[in-house]
Ligand binder design. Structure first.
Ligand SMILES: Cc1cc2nc3c(=O)[nH]c(=O)nc-3n(C[C@H](O)[C@H](O)[C@H](O)COP(=O)(O)O)c2cc1C
Length: 224
């Protein structure tokens, strides 16, 4: 199988997507998956070349972070570069991995509908979309906190190397929690009421000497 992985994060080599896909590809190569290529969509000047790679690959995984409930602009631009292949991708299999900052998978749950439709338009096989929330902090978390997540991506890759499919069980575990339960929602509401939810953002504002300006509305029309 000729697999190409496209990393759709604007952070490119410094991205969480890269870290997760490294674990995926370690598992993939252990189970006979070979010759995987990884390309970074942040190199937008290469999109023409990448579109050609998409056309020539048997199997493609497009992995990207959730941006404002959708996809980064560079992912959209890449998808638009695939327009010439509409209806011409028979035999190709395409899967997607979407990871987000907010912990609940529900935030990404609308994306698979779009991605499935995309595959239909291209005429290729749709391998499904793996969703994972709560990824933002992985680069600053201690290894004990990321061990399980990385092991799941390794297992996902190992299954993919053998079956050219996403393991339904690992996929289901990664999409957990879909929504927080009632207790967690209550705790979060309480934290919000106590102002604790703003702690991290306030710290960033202070570090950037912007705390006093946090309620500014620079684009508000004056005198209306
Ligand atoms: C501009 C921007 C928009 C974002 N929008 C969302 C969002 O709508 N929902 C969410 O859960 N996370 C959102 N995030 C968080 C990213 O999805 C999250 O940090 C992800 O792990 C980043 O992955 P990367 O390092 O591979 O780019 C956003 C981050 C940025 C920078």
């Amino acid at each position: 199988m000729k697999l190409t992985v496209f990393n759709g994060s604007p952070r490119g080599m410094g991205s969480n997507t890269k870290i997760l896909m490294e674990h995926f590809l370690n598992g993939y190569s252990e189970t006979g998956g070979e010759g995987a290529k990884i390309e970074y969509l942040v190199r937008t000047q290469e999109h023409g070349k990448y579109a050609g790679m998409f056309r020539d690959s048997d199997t493609v995984i497009l992995a990207f972070p959730l941006y404002t409930d959708s996809m980064p602009g560079i992912v959209m631009a890449f998808i638009e570069a695939l327009a010439p292949f509409k209806g011409k991708c028979a035999g190709k299999k395409v899967g997607f991995i979407v990871q987000s900052g907010f912990p609940e998978a529900v935030h990404s749950s609308f994306i698979p509908m779009y991605l499935e439709k995309l595959c239909k338009r291209l005429g290729c096989g749709y391998l499904g979309t793996v969703i994972r929330g709560g990824v933002e902090g992985i680069q600053v978390m201690p290894p004990s906190m990321t061990k399980k997540l990385f092991a799941e991506f390794h297992a996902l890759g190992a299954y993919f190397g053998k079956n050219t499919a996403f393991d339904p069980e690992v996929k289901a575990r990664l999409a957990n929690p879909f929504r927080f339960g009632i207790v967690m929602r209550f705790v979060l509401r309480l934290m919000g009421a106590l102002g604790l939810m703003n702690f991290f953002w306030n710290m960033q504002l202070k570090q950037n000497k912007a705390f006093d300006k946090r309620f500014d509305k620079p684009f508000e029309k004056q005198g209306v």
